[in-house]
Every structure is written in structure tokens, then in C-alpha cells.
Design a protein around this ligand. Structure first.
Ligand SMILES: NC(=O)c1ccc[n+]([C@@H]2O[C@H](COP(=O)([O-])OP(=O)(O)OC[C@H]3O[C@@H](n4cnc5c(N)ncnc54)[C@H](OP(=O)(O)O)[C@@H]3O)[C@@H](O)[C@H]2O)c1
Length: 211
């Protein structure tokens, strides 16, 4: 049993992560920007707190005494190429100040590398309308990769996409990109929490899919 902070706890992935962490007996700090919108998260085992993941001081204060962090926030109202790098930097600096050792970030499948070593988003047939979001995620990843932080970070994304049917099979596998694959948010959350409870991947980006 540990203490886990989830940024973006009110979103689809964040909620699943909170649920999985509670099921495992963890204490959860659920961070949302507007707690009044997310009263249903306020239950036994959860501290529901207001915070902005791009604010270093807020991250440092909220994460004090916590063992590990999950970044599941996404702000469609912000410039994505500003949001993801700003969040990555605030998490690096804020979590380091708070003494948190492990950060698991929810990433984007299109930034995973294909067999020839190029990211999926660079494939000629990749839909161009998604490219700005892909580049923004990649910019956030670059902040982590180029940092000399001692924080033990990992990016986990679907290998393909989320399955909107909220099943929980309890099974997933880890691999590279596979756009045909799907994973439910609940099974994805199992992968997130496994990488916190028993870390197996470090300073890289993994894709997970339904097994
Ligand atoms: N195929 C793929 O690889 C794939 C598919 C889908 C999603 N994703 C990625 O998965 C991640 C999570 O997506 P999702 O669908 O779970 O998102 P979501 O349902 O839109 O939830 C995101 C949450 O983040 C919160 N948030 C926004 N700005 C914040 C801030 N500055 N500080 C703290 N919280 C903030 C939002 O709450 P408020 O606005 O109420 O604060 C919202 O509840 C994203 O990075 C997304 O790109 C990947």
C-alpha cells in the first residue's frame, strides 16, 4: 500500500487509474482543476484536491509525502504544444522538490516508433489532422528525455487506441505500436499501476494492448 497522486483524475484515464489504485489499497491524491465538478471522486481513500499540473509550486505542494505520480491530464483548451512540455517540466521540478521517486505519464500511441525506427506519426498515410497533438506529446516526451533528473519516469500509452467499452479483462500485453489494437481504460489502468507497484520499464515509452 502506498500513496499515489493522479493529475487529471477526473478524466477517462485518470478515473480508471484512481479506481485501480483504490482497489489495490493505495491512498490516492486526486488532482483536478475544479473539485466541485468531480464530487463523485471524493470517497474513502481519496484526497480530492485542486491543482494545475503545469504549475510547479502546486505540483510540489500537492505531492508532498507521496510515493508515485500518474500524469493523465489533458487540456483541449490549451495550446497542446505549450501544455505538454509545461506539464512535463512542472512535474520534473515539482515532484523532485516533493521527493517523489516515480512518474508514469499517459502518452500517445502515434509517438511510438514503428519497426523502421520512425514514429508512427511520420508515416506517409498518418492522418495529418492529428499531427499537432502528436508533436505536442513528443515535445513533452523530449522534456523528460533531455532532463538530467533523478526522477524515474515512464510513458505508457495504448499500442493503438482506447476501447470505449469499459470492461476490465485483467489482461494486457506490452509491445510496440499496433494501431489495430485496443485496450479499455480499466485494463490500461492496470498497466499504469503495475508500473508503479512493480516497475519493469524505465525512462522509455511503452505501448500496451488487450492480451
Ligand atoms: N491512442 C492513444 O494513444 C490515446 C487515445 C486517447 C487519449 N490519449 C492520451 O491520454 C491522455 C489522457 O486522455 P483522456 O482521454 O483520459 O483525457 P480526458 O478524459 O479529457 O481527461 C483529461 C483531464 O485532465 C484535466 N485537466 C486539464 N487540464 C489540467 C491541468 N492543467 N491540470 C490538471 N488537470 C487538468 C481535465 O479536467 P478539467 O478540465 O476539469 O480540469 C480532465 O478531467 C491524453 O494525454 C491523451 O492525449 C492517448
Amino acid at each position: 500500500m502506498g500513496k499515489i497522486i493522479v493529475f487529471g483524475a477526473g478524466g477517462r484515464t485518470g478515473r480508471a487509474a484512481v479506481g485501480e489504485a483504490l482497489q489495490r489499497g493505495h491512498h490516492v491524491t486526486a488532482v483536478v482543476r475544479t473539485p466541485a465538478k468531480y464530487r463523485d471522486l471524493d470517497r474513502a481513500g481519496v484526497r480530492l484536491l485542486a491543482g494545475d499540473v503545469t504549475d510547479t509550486d502546486a505540483v510540489a505542494g500537492l505531492a508532498a509525502g507521496v510515493d508515485a505520480a500518474i500524469m493523465a491530464a489533458y487540456d483541449p483548451g490549451a495550446q497542446p504544444d505549450v501544455f505538454f512540455p509545461a506539464a512535463a517540466q512542472a512535474l520534473l521540478d515539482g515532484l523532485a522538490r516533493a521527493g517523489v521517486g516515480r512518474l508514469v505519464v499517459v502518452g500517445l500511441a502515434a509517438t511510438l516508433k514503428t519497426a523502421d525506427g520512425t514514429p508512427l506519426m511520420d508515416a506517409p498515410d498518418f492522418p495529418q489532422e492529428y499531427r499537432p497533438l502528436c508533436l505536442a506529446h513528443a515535445a513533452g516526451t523530449a522534456v523528460l528525455r533531455t532532463s538530467d533528473t533523478t526522477l524515474d519516469w515512464l510513458i505508457v500509452s495504448p499500442a493503438g487506441d482506447f476501447d470505449q467499452a469499459e470492461v476490465r479483462s485483467g489482461r494486457y500485453s506490452v509491445g510496440g505500436v499496433n494501431m489495430a489494437s485496443r485496450i479499455s481504460h480499466n485494463d490500461f489502468a492496470i498497466a499504469l499501476l503495475d508500473e508503479i507497484d512493480t516497475p519493469r520499464h524505465y525512462r522509455t515509452h511503452i505501448g500496451v494492448e488487450e492480451a
